[in-house]
Every structure is written in structure tokens, then in C-alpha cells.
Design a protein around this ligand. Structure first.
Ligand SMILES: [Mg+2]
Ligand SMILES: [Zn+2]
Length: 204
């Protein structure tokens, strides 16, 4: 199963000061919805992992979160795209939970639910916490330079970013790279199979 773990705010939709508290505040980033559609078409199941401390602080409730989710799903569906599920941490930093990124709890829940080896799973987000959580869970870490990632457009990345973090301008660029690499890997596999067949067919 091909799975990709994606952050929400600042990665799929515009990041807002004080959290997204209602559907009106949820606005997709340019190219992000189409990126998810392209990932789906390439065989990827897309799952969101998001910190939602606004829940723990009482800034919004489950009904609001569901309404936001509904708007996102509707927007995705209109583009032929789909997010399988959203895993979220409802806690505040003071709760001392194990699911708040940069801890890997959410990613581990996803790995268990879908029974996938997280070492094969790319994870993408706009903040250093996303990347740290991805690495802690054993995923392949990707950073997008939208949302919180925007000021990090430095080369090399600041030291708090784990070694091996791959950087893309946005989710659209991330999807293009992932899909191109899959196609290249598939082509190499096909070529190897053809070579093996040709070899088998050659009389010695
Ligand atoms: Mg984010
Ligand atoms: Zn949590």
C-alpha cells in the first residue's frame, strides 16, 4: 500500500494566526488540491497528521473541526481528490501527550491502522515539528516552504532540521517529485525485467 502522510495547516491550506476555527477560514493553498489528486491517481492513499491544540484550548470544538473537514473533503472531491483520514492531536503542549508533533505518536497510529512499514512512507509538512516527527517515526521527511516553512528558505536549512530533510517549494512540487521518482523506479524495474527475459531467451 502506497501511503503519504501530510500536515494540514500551511501545507494543504493557508496557515492563519490563531488557528483555523471555522470552515470560512479554511482556504486551500494554490496547487495543493490538485497535488493530492495527482498523488491519488499515482496510487497514493493520503492521510493527514495534524496538531490541533485549538481543541485543547477550547478555541473551537469537534463540531467546528468536523465542519472544516467537510469543507476540505468537498473541495477535494470536486477535484477528484481524496484524503483517507485525519489523525490529530487535540492536546496542548502542557498536556504532556505522546501524539503532539514533534513526537511520533500520530505517525505510529497511522502505521498501525494501515499496517504499513513507516520507513517506506514519505511525510510532508511546513514546520520543523513535522519533519522531526516524521524522522522520529522512521518516515522519509519532506519540508514544504509554504506556511511556517516560508521563512526557512535558506540553504542549508537551520540546524534544528534533521539531516536528509528534502525541501520543496510547495505541495505541488512535492507531489511532482514523488510521482516522477516512482515512475523512474518503475521504469528501471521494467528494464531489469526485460534484460532478464532477454538473457533467459538467449541460447548459450
Ligand atoms: Mg503546518
Ligand atoms: Zn496529543
Amino acid at each position: 500500500m502506497k501511503l503519504v502522510i501530510v500536515d494540514r495547516d500551511g501545507t494543504i491550506n493557508v496557515e492563519r494566526e490563531g488557528f483555523i476555527q471555522n470552515p470560512e477560514e479554511w482556504e486551500p493553498l494554490p496547487g495543493a488540491i490538485d497535488a493530492i489528486a495527482r498523488l491519488n491517481h499515482a496510487g497514493y492513499h493520503v492521510v493527514i497528521a495534524a496538531n490541533m491544540p485549538g481543541l485543547g484550548r477550547g478555541l473551537f470544538d469537534m463540531a467546528a473541526l468536523n465542519a472544516i473537514q467537510k469543507k476540505m473533503n468537498k473541495t477535494l472531491a470536486a477535484a477528484g481528490a481524496r484524503v483517507e483520514a485525519m489523525f490529530y492531536c487535540p492536546h496542548t503542549p502542557d498536556d504532556g501527550c505522546t501524539c503532539r508533533k514533534p513526537l511520533p505518536g500520530l505517525f505510529e497510529q497511522i502505521g498501525e491502522r494501515y499496517r504499513v512499514d513507516l520507513r517506506q512512507v514519505p511525510a510532508v509538512g511546513d514546520s520543523v515539528r513535522d519533519v522531526q516527527a516524521a524522522v522520529a517515526a522512521g518516515c522519509v521527511p519532506h519540508l514544504v516552504l509554504t506556511g511556517k516553512g516560508a521563512p526557512k528558505q535558506t540553504d542549508p536549512l537551520p540546524a534544528e532540521f534533521p539531516l536528509g530533510t528534502r525541501v520543496h517549494v510547495d505541495l505541488a512540487a512535492f507531489a511532482s517529485v514523488l510521482i516522477a521518482e516512482d515512475e523512474a523506479a518503475q521504469a528501471a524495474e521494467d528494464e531489469a525485467a526485460r534484460t532478464a527475459e532477454a538473457k533467459a531467451a538467449t541460447p548459450t
